[in-house]
Ligand binder design. Structure first.
Ligand SMILES: NC(=O)c1ccc[n+]([C@@H]2O[C@H](COP(=O)([O-])OP(=O)(O)OC[C@H]3O[C@@H](n4cnc5c(N)ncnc54)[C@H](OP(=O)(O)O)[C@@H]3O)[C@@H](O)[C@H]2O)c1
Length: 323
């Protein structure tokens, strides 16, 4: 496993972490095909493999994710960096303080290593939210502060609201086919020493090359995701072929290549979600792969040709109906 410092926090995190939105979430098919035993085994296995960074949120599974993560890491709590998030409806000063208490209780820990503002809330002054985050650090309930789904401009503004603390990370959607953050946010993070935590690093399974037009995932999350529209899946054929080809050269899986592509960037940490131990094993293995510059460039080029376009987005209601 490879590790980096999370921003300038002094916290050392693995380049491949573990995302846990899947835990307790019916929208991902919780208790239909995977359940608590599998995800606990996955968390324990990730620890054995050197994955020390676990991401959860108060919203995941209505708190089930935090409870299960807390339970699974009890024996090795001091060896992992636990990140959780406050939901935007709790972003008032008092709301943040109370949400943090609930998260601490569900996780069964004394301190949250990284506490993140899950999404900006335009209805609540950012300064109130950030003051509460700083108060939590003063109280020793939170070690470091992060944000999520913040643009470069918002990240700068959030930092200006803090008196003493630094924002150590921004958690955003980033993968081979969804690269909007490369325009402004990633250069900003690289310049300012902020970690970019890449969520949906496998594009929700799209980049594992396991799915195709006649075998699409049926859960709610991926019916919403326009990448799984048949028209996009058809256009992705050449990219999937290239992922398979590079993978076979490295004795790896296509999804591992997609993760290796992402974490080649120094400031980027990926947090793939996993439902079972085999997935964690494969994802952790991506940290051992080193893509050549040519492979990296060829993948970037092939992926940039996949433009989702407007139609798959407009068709979302039809996909939700299973059409
Ligand atoms: N801050 C935010 O707003 C935000 C938003 C989204 C996610 N997140 C965080 O980021 C994490 C990851 O994002 P994500 O869950 O959206 O997408 P992801 O990590 O790109 O995809 C996860 C899915 O890919 C499949 N998968 C994972 N590893 C695999 C492997 N080795 N081989 C084959 N398939 C594999 C699994 O689904 P199947 O097996 O069913 O195909 C899994 O549920 C989340 O768990 C959450 O912690 C944060």
């Amino acid at each position: 496993m490879r590790y980096i410092e999370l921003g300038r926090s002094g916290l050392r995190v693995s380049k491949i972490g573990l995302g846990t939105w899947q835990i307790g979430s019916s929208e991902w098919g919780w208790n239909r095909g995977y359940s608590i035993d599998e995800v606990i085994k996955a968390i324990v296995r990730s620890h054995e493999l050197g994955v020390n960074f676990i991401d959860t949120a108060e919203i995941y599974g209505g708190g089930v994710s935090e409870e299960v993560v807390g339970r699974a890491v009890r024996e090795f709590r001091d060896e992992v960096v636990i990140a959780t998030k406050v939901w935007p409806t709790h972003a008032t000063y008092d709301g943040v303080l109370k949400a943090c208490e609930r998260s601490l209780r569900r996780l069964g820990v004394d301190v949250i290593d990284l506490y993140q503002v899950h999404w900006p809330n335009p209805l609540i002054p950012l300064s109130s939210t950030m003051r509460a985050m700083e108060r939590l650090v003063e109280q020793g309930k939170v070690r470091t502060i992060g944000v999520s789904n913040f643009s470069a401009g918002m990240l700068r503004r959030a930092q200006e609201c803090l008196k003493k603390e630094e924002i150590v990370s921004d958690q955003v959607k980033y993968n081979l086919v969804e690269r909007g953050v490369e325009r402004e946010l990633l250069p900003y993070c690289e310049r300012e020493g902020v970690a970019l935590i890449a969520y949906s690093p496998l594009a929700q399974g799209f980049l594992t090359a396991r799915y195709n037009v006649s075998n699409r995932p049926r859960d709610f999350v991926r019916r919403l995701n326009p990448l799984f529209d048949p028209s996009v899946m058809r256009r992705a054929g050449p990219l999937m072929e290239l992922l398979r080809e590079v993978a076979s050269r490295h004795g790896a899986e296509p999804g591992q290549i997609a993760l290796a592509w992402l974490i080649k960037r120094e400031r980027v940490v990926a947090i793939p979600g996993a439902k079972r131990a085999e997935q964690v094993e494969s994802n952790a293995g991506a940290a051992e792969l080193e893509l050549s510059e040519e492979e990296w460039a060829a993948l970037s080029e092939a992926a940039s040709r996949i433009d989702v376009g407007l139609w798959p987005l407009l068709k979302t209601p039809l996909r939700l109906l299973g059409i």
